[in-house]
Design a protein around this ligand. Structure first.
Ligand code: BYC
Ligand code: FE
Ligand code: FE
Length: 476
């Protein structure tokens, strides 16, 4: 990464000081951001020293510096991946032409909307997670939560930088509005479905960082292919941070699965009641949480058949993940086949490939999710327990796209609404399941030497520190 400038009010590697107007605009937004953070960020830990990584240096493997910092003092900054010399448009009608350093007038509204949509998810997730610190299973997990939170805050900065630097007055207005919407608020909700769902227990948090942050990864990969080069460079740097979020989710679920299955074996119990009597999260309940967060996250890819997606691709605004790994970057000839359901009957339909780009991205996402689920299942099997977690059919429990408004079972068979209602409690977390999971997470664990009973210890700590390191200095 090119030189990071850290002595400015806003750390950056975009030579912000050379553009006084932009610098002033961002410095005017900064206090509003800090107010938002103090109001909607993690509750109860703003004065604590937290062992966090921050981007401060220029070396490719040294951009992440670890030290204690109070969260409101975190150096949120603006970092773009280095430009690719002579980069050309990766897909669509203008494939091979030079990328844009400025926003073409005809794409201005579309680009602004995509950037606002991306930006909106970042503070939304911080809002969803704001109470979790108060029920943390360990100081290690507490620190990881806060690392994710400050980086989502930085992702908001990344999108606000684009809005301020390329979209004039309406960009500045959108940047303010990003601080005004609130996750789950009926009057001013966040833009996308999953980001208005409550995420108030740690099993949900791990599922969220596994499934929902992974949507983030795939959307960022698609935007990294954008013909609008500043968006491409911004999202490429965001992806380096995103990896940790998914690590938190994957290892978090793994540690719960490992704890439950190893204790089931040690105590020779299988019945849900007996597993719960040991204070563990039973595997069927984990499956229900998985079903919920997987399907909420599937919706985030948009409709299976989308003229929006076709026009993003045609104009080069948004590509596929790792566009270079595809052969045909024009995608005018191919089709994509869907099984649709009309009056309960399955009908096959082929649609032009460009209109199926949301589904192409969702395919790669599902494959990536499956890899994590396989890992969890290997751990269950290694502990000698016969149980497999499973991704439900992508038709199940959908609220966006061609399967929304219909009912399917977890294998994707169409069912009527009454059957769905009768089976729902077996597929999705019930109020009683949620109450049970929360009952395990009443008391926070603030002693670095301890770990809640329902979760296993991580294999290693952060940045070579021991697992029981005091990652958060919290006075109780
Ligand atoms: N909820 O043509 P369609 C992350 C709307 S996560 C509510 O299929 P399109 C993160 C849609 O707006 C990544 N509404 O949509 C993770 C459209 O409305 P209009 C976030 C939805 O445009 C964890 C209509 O339905 N990044 O970073 O093809 C923690 C028709 O839809 C939803 C992005 O999303 C929904 N789920 O695709 C922190 C990237 N889905 O225009 C952060 C930018 C669709 O008819 N966004 N609608 O009023 C996009 O690329 C696209 O907007 C979408 C939707 C892929 C989301
Ligand atoms: Fe993010
Ligand atoms: Fe993330």
């Amino acid at each position: 990464m090119s030189q990071v400038i850290n002595d400015d009010k806003i750390p950056n590697n975009v030579h912000l000081a050379d553009d006084k107007k932009l610098q002033r605009a961002l410095e005017a937004w900064q206090p509003n951001y800090i107010n938002w953070w103090k109001e909607m960020g993690p509750v109860g830990f703003q004065e604590d020293d937290v062992y966090l990584r921050t981007a401060i240096s220029v070396e490719s493997d040294g951009w992440a510096n670890f030290d204690y910092v109070k969260m409101p003092d975190y150096r949120w900054g603006i970092f773009l991946a280095d430009p690719v010399k002579d980069r050309t448009i990766a897909c669509g009608d203008d494939y091979g032409k030079p990328v844009w350093q400025q926003v073409p007038g005809e794409h201005r509204n579309t680009l602004r909307r995509l950037i606002v949509t991306q930006g909106d998810t970042e503070p939304a997730s911080v809002e969803q997670q704001r109470l979790l610190g108060q029920t943390c299973p360990s100081v290690y997990d507490l620190r990881n939560l806060f690392q994710v939170n400050v980086e989502e805050g930085r992702h908001l900065w990344a999108m606000v930088f684009l809005l301020h630097s390329h979209f004039g007055r309406d960009g500045r207005e959108e940047a303010e509005a990003l601080l005004e919407r609130r996750s789950g608020d009926a009057n001013k909700p966040r833009l996308l479905g999953a980001f208005n769902e409550p995420c108030t227990d740690w099993l949900s948090f791990f599922m969220f960082t596994f499934f929902t942050d992974r949507d983030g990864k795939y959307q960022l990969l698609a935007l990294a292919e954008s013909a609008f080069d500043p968006l491409s460079r911004t999202t490429r740097f965001m992806l380096t941070e995103e990896a940790h979020h998914m690590f938190v989710g994957e290892t978090g679920v793994l540690r719960v699965v490992d704890r439950t299955s190893s204790q089931m074996k040690a105590h020779n119990v299988e019945d849900l009641d007996k597993v719960r009597a040991l204070g563990l999260i039973d595997l069927p309940t984990m499956q229900k949480y998985l079903n919920l967060w997987f399907t909420l996250s599937l919706d985030l890819f948009g409709g299976e058949i989308s003229s929006n997606a076709a026009s993003y691709f045609a104009s080069g605004i948004k590509g596929r993940a790792k566009e270079a790994s595809h052969e045909d970057h024009i995608a005018l000839n191919g089709t994509y086949g869907f099984d649709q359901f009309k009056d309960g009957k399955k009908v096959h339909e082929d649609v032009p490939l460009r209109n199926a780009m949301n589904e192409v991205l969702r395919d790669e996402y599902v494959e990536d999710c499956q890899r994590g689920v396989d890992k969890w299942n290997r751990t269950i099997a290694a502990n000698g327990i016969q149980f497999q977690l499973k991704l439900p059919s992508r038709r199940f429990h959908r609220h966006v796209g061609i399967y929304s408004g219909m009912c399917f079972d977890t294998d994707g068979n169409p069912i009527d609404a009454a059957t769905f209602a009768a089976k729902q409690d077996a597929w999705l977390p019930t109020d009683a399941d949620k109450a049970y999971v929360k009952s395990l997470q009443q008391k926070p664990v603030y002693d670095p030497k301890q770990m809640a009973n329902w979760i296993g210890a991580p294999k290693q700590g952060i940045k070579g520190r021991p697992v029981d390191f005091e990652y958060v200095r919290h006075e109780v």
